[in-house]
Design a binder for this molecule. Structure first.
Ligand SMILES: [Zn+2]
Length: 75
């Protein structure tokens, strides 16, 4: 809760620089089987409102549902 990020739509080509990836649609707990030790953060898609899980230190994500890309990189 103290780690809220401000997501902005990525306007560039491809994907933003830095750490990131596709959000997970659900069952983030199940993902710990393959990624034990990783801390996940929940995000709410800025476009479709779907909730997804991403790495806590990710700087961008692509929504699993609508395919929109958001980034914390504000320039
Ligand atoms: Zn979305």
């Amino acid at each position: 809760m103290a780690d809220e990020k401000t997501w902005k739509k990525w306007q560039g080509q491809g994907v933003p620089p830095g750490k990131g990836g596709m959000s997970k649609s659900d069952n983030p707990e199940a993902d710990e089987v393959e990624g034990r030790g990783r801390t996940m953060a929940m995000v709410t898609c800025f476009l479709c409102g779907a909730t997804g899980a991403i790495d806590h230190d990710a700087q961008w994500y692509t929504c699993w549902k609508c395919g929109g890309t958001a980034t914390t990189m504000v320039s």
